[in-house]
Design a protein around this ligand. Structure first.
Ligand code: NAD
Ligand code: MG
Length: 330
């Protein structure tokens, strides 16, 4: 789904000088932007529907071990130079929405650093390889965001490896289902708050001094911010906090030319859900209660992360962009 019109110069820059001799229509088709026989694509039949096979993985889980394996746009995302020369740090960039954003950003011309937990090295390696295949710099920065000292080091390492920073995607999160507040330990509650609320605070605080006008911060919120599930007492309130800090920081940073926006996904097929984020009962029917009758795939949100980072969205700040198959209320 590429509605973005590109100029001939952008198209040529994006696909290299070997195609420079082709005529304009050839070039545009070659860049994957417009095809004369491209028609509408039915979103309902595009991806798997429930029921899904029973499955669970130890937290934090690996995308490559899910059945079906999620689609992060590995084979489908086509760039058009929308983020040429940009420098992005994405937390949780190994899998799920973060991986879809990392692939898309690299194919749009950005250098990308990803953070993830050491246990996710296998997923992360695949993402770094895809970034490099796109001809961009891919930087792997594993570590645990629950530590303030690591968050500071992560930003410093990303800035030095990329030669600056102008896109921060604060996307990592912890979600563990608990039927009752009585089952939720202080340690659990604390881990969710550290990952989902403190880490974005520490990361953004470390990043702001490096962000020049035109830079962006993107947070991943959730439909849980508006319509919390009974079994996600701790997680859901952190997503309300994310939505809220996006709106506060947008006001605070607009005078510096820095935009701050959020994405609010509905049920998306990612490792978070199969490693404690959902009950087995919910997982088997995952996404089935949305109007579309299926979960979303990370690839279906990639263009949103691109749009919020791109310079042509220059008047959008403090916005939350939903993608939830017809439910949710961003
Ligand atoms: P995911 O499991 O692919 O990504 C979450 C990532 O968070 C992991 O890959 C991991 O690298 C990272 N992470 C967790 N704890 C960490 C820690 N202590 N230190 C460093 N990294 C840590 O799942 P996802 O669904 O793509 O999640 C991405 C974002 O999307 C999250 O903010 C989540 O809340 C949000 N979200 C997901 C859904 C959904 O249905 N999957 C719905 C709404 C919102
Ligand atoms: Mg992961």
């Amino acid at each position: 789904m590429q509605q973005h019109m590109i100029t001939r110069r952008q198209a040529l820059a994006g696909i290299g000088s070997t195609l420079a001799a082709l005529s304009l229509p050839d070039v545009v088709v070659a860049a994957g932007q417009v095809s004369s026989n491209a028609g509408p694509e039915d979103p309902l039949g595009k991806y798997p529907k429930p029921p899904f096979r029973e499955q669970s993985q130890p937290w934090p889980g690996l995308a490559s071990k899910m059945d079906p394996v999620p689609d992060h746009g590995e084979k489908s995302y086509k760039g058009s130079g929308r983020l040429a020369g940009r420098k992005a740090l994405i937390t949780g960039g190994d899998s799920g929405m973060g991986r879809a954003a990392a692939i898309a950003y690299a194919r749009e011309g950005a250098d990308v650093a990803i953070n993830y937990l050491p246990a996710e090295e296998e997923d992360a390696k695949q993402v770094i390889a895809l970034i490099r295949e796109a001809g961009r710099k891919g930087v792997a920065l594993p570590g645990d965001l629950r530590e303030e000292s690591f968050c500071k080091k992560l930003v410093a390492d990303a800035v030095s490896a990329l030669g600056g920073l102008d896109i921060l995607v604060s996307n990592a999160a912890r979600q563990q289902t608990k039927a009752s507040i009585l089952d939720l330990s202080t340690e659990d509650f604390d881990a969710t708050m550290k990952t989902n609320i403190y880490a974005p605070f520490w990361l953004i605080k470390a990043a702001v001094p490096h962000l020049k006008p035109g830079s962006v911060i993107i947070g991943t919120s959730s439909e849980q911010a508006y319509d919390p599930s009974a079994d996600l007492y701790d997680y859901a309130q952190t997503k309300a906090a994310t939505t809220n800090f996006v709106k506060s920081l947008a006001k605070q940073l607009a005078p510096k030319g820095i935009r701050v926006n959020g994405v609010a996904p509905g049920p998306i097929w990612t490792p978070l859900q199969v490693s404690g984020g959902a009950t087995m009962e919910k997982l088997k029917q995952f996404g089935g209660n949305t109007p579309m009758g299926r979960p979303g795939q990370p690839a279906e949100l990639a263009s949103i992360y691109v749009q919020l980072a791109a310079a042509d969205a220059s008047y959008a700040t403090g916005q939350i962009y939903g993608s939830s198959g017809g439910a949710g209320q961003p």
